[in-house]
Design a protein around this ligand. Structure first.
Ligand SMILES: C[S@@+](CC[C@H](N)C(=O)[O-])C[C@H]1O[C@@H](n2cnc3c(N)ncnc32)[C@H](O)[C@@H]1O
Length: 270
């Protein structure tokens, strides 16, 4: 098993997000925004609630939270992503910041949410502890991740295609397992270890409707970080085979891919 260097992984992710920030929206917004309502409900976000959206990307969840009348702040470690968020939602509060070292005082928020952020962190336990620190008693944390590749079919198709024609062991900085928090028991364990009470894990059904059979390869290649690095590291002669296999997989499902999210939430006890 490869040893994880969280700093090396963080640098790799940071560089990746800086590069793809302007392309992320066209690729992923149609599917990541499907969990917004469930995420905000799980964190009891409503009028007047102070909420922190961690790894906010282009700001969808921050904007939706503000739309509920909450006092919302979005943070992301990519200055390019923060620029995207500010351009998209100029009226809202976005700041550059690290999930693993929050630049906020203790007990400042009543809710901390993160939509598809946890799976990109080198030290997710630290981020959960930081969320605990900035939450007031009775406050709620909620985060989403993708369900496992057998259920979140886009990942299933891409991973199977690479396994069939290419190589999954390429020299990219190893990070925590991509599907670690898809496991309900693991999510509950990490939340409880940070001090949270009553962790609950549910599935949010989502469907990714792709424009064409080519879209999935293009989005993964141009608009993601770890999966793009996996694809880019393949030998040129196998990349075409991988692309064709992904296209066929999407075609077989008529461009409609189930992409459920796993939603974990818990409370900072009183
Ligand atoms: C998959 S995107 C999710 C964006 C958005 N929340 C959404 O719902 O579409 C992951 C985001 O995590 C951010 N990110 C990764 N590591 C981070 C860290 N350590 N601190 C803050 N943001 C981070 C990336 O810059 C990227 O914007």
């Amino acid at each position: 098993m490869s040893v994880i260097d969280p700093e090396a992984f963080r640098r790799f992710e940071h560089l990746g997000w800086q590069e793809i920030a302007s392309r992320y929206h066209d690729g992923f917004a149609a599917v990541t925004t499907q969990s917004t309502t469930a995420l905000l409900d799980a964190a009891s976000v409503g009028p007047g609630v102070r909420v922190l959206d961690v790894a906010c990307g282009p700001g969808y969840v921050t904007a939706a939270a503000a739309g509920r009348g909450s006092i919302a702040t979005g943070i992301d470690f990519s200055s390019e992503m923060i620029q995207e968020a500010c351009d998209r939602y100029p009226a809202f509060d976005f700041r550059e910041g690290d999930a693993e070292q929050l630049a906020f005082g203790d007990s400042e928020f009543a809710a901390v949410v993160s939509n598809f952020g946890m799976l990109h962190l080198g030290r997710p336990e630290l981020a959960i502890r930081e969320a605990f620190r900035v939450l007031q008693s009775g406050g709620r944390i909620a985060f989403t991740v993708w369900d496992t590749a057998d259920k979140a079919i886009a990942f299933g198709i891409v991973i199977a295609a690479i396994q069939k024609y290419g190589d999954l062991n390429v020299p990219i900085p190893p990070g925590p397992p991509f599907f670690r928090f898809s496991n309900a028991e693991e999510s509950r364990r990490v939340l409880s270890a940070a001090g949270f009470k009553n962790p609950v894990v549910t599935q949010v059904p989502q469907v990714w409707r792709l424009e064409s059979p080519e879209t999935l390869f293009d989005v993964m290649y141009n608009g993601s970080v770890r999966n793009a690095a996996l694809l880019r590291a393949q030998k040129p002669e196998v990349l075409e085979a991988i692309r064709a296999e992904i296209r066929a997989g999407v075609q077989q499902r008529h461009c409609e891919l189930p992409m459920p999210a796993v939603l974990a939430s818990a409370e900072k006890g009183k």
